[in-house]
Design a protein around this ligand. Structure first.
Ligand SMILES: [Zn+2]
Length: 263
């Protein structure tokens, strides 16, 4: 039980084969973020019989595609549906049965009709952090009213009654405006629901006392299989992943989370 909030004796983790009510809700922006940042965590919690619910806000419509046979999908309407299928395959590898898209009927405030939040796209800024693409579509997540995004997250909270929320840090990891939007929504939803929020501590941030460190351990293979399912986004090469621009990144042996205590 990696998070202390799940250790309460009154929370049933389904150890005896019953339906667990210990529930964690992960709030992500694009397909593949969930596996990159929290794949080991999800696989471990599923094995520990915690109910894991993933919400992904967009379908990664504006992202680049790795060189190779799928490259032609870049910039097409078809890419979104391919990425939905990739995410579905990745969740199959991690054992996560409940995943939803923000704005869809099962992740939408009841007062509103369903919508799609779109990937905002990004460009690299001079500071080395990502910035919003100048031509972000009007349906972009980063341009959506924060209240609307928060209300949709709260509707999922009301539905699945999680004990812990997990999302990005205040910089969205590397600055992507959609990640920052989800962080802001997660903070507001945590405040309004009274739930604890943990943020993903990226490798660029120094770990500190009190951080929850989750070793990949026996779930490493599942994380790599889930990564490999995101075929339009990255390729797996040994212990590394290679992104669409050719950037090679080692996959860390741990995932690190920090209890959000406000800014
Ligand atoms: Zn992302």
């Amino acid at each position: 039980m990696v998070f202390p909030e799940l250790k309460r004796p009154d929370i049933d983790v389904g150890r005896d084969g019953g339906i667990p009510d210990a529930t964690i809700l992960l709030l992500h922006a694009h397909p593949d973020d969930e596996t990159l940042g929290t794949g080991g965590l999800m696989a471990r919690l599923v094995a520990e019989r915690v109910r894991v619910v993933l919400v992904t806000a967009t379908r990664g419509e504006r992202g680049e595609v790795v060189p190779g046979p799928l490259k032609h999908l870049e910039g097409t309407a078809e890419l979104a549906e391919v990425r939905v299928a990739e995410l579905d395959a990745a969740m199959g590898e991690l054992g996560v049965a409940d995943h939803r898209f923000l704005g869809a009927a099962d992740a939408r405030a009841s007062t509103r009709s369903p919508r799609r939040y779109s990937d905002s796209g990004m460009k690299w800024g001079a500071s080395g952090f990502a910035e919003a693409a100048p031509d972000a579509p009007s349906a972009a997540l980063s341009l959506a009213p924060l209240d609307e995004v928060v209300d949709d997250v709260l509707s999922v909270i009301a539905d699945v009654r999680p004990h812990v929320l997990v999302s990005y840090d205040e910089r969205g990891g590397y600055g992507h405006p959609d990640h920052v939007r989800m962080h802001d929504a997660a903070v507001a939803a945590a405040e309004r629901s009274g739930l604890p929020l943990y943020v993903i501590v990226s490798s660029a941030v120094e770990a500190q006392g009190g951080d929850v460190v989750v070793p990949l351990g026996e779930y490493r293979a599942a994380k790599f299989r889930a990564l490999a399912a995101h075929r339009t986004q990255l390729s797996v090469d040994g212990d590394d992943i290679v992104l669409s621009g050719g950037q090679r990144r080692p996959v860390r042996d741990v995932e690190v989370f920090r209890r959000w205590a406000g800014e």
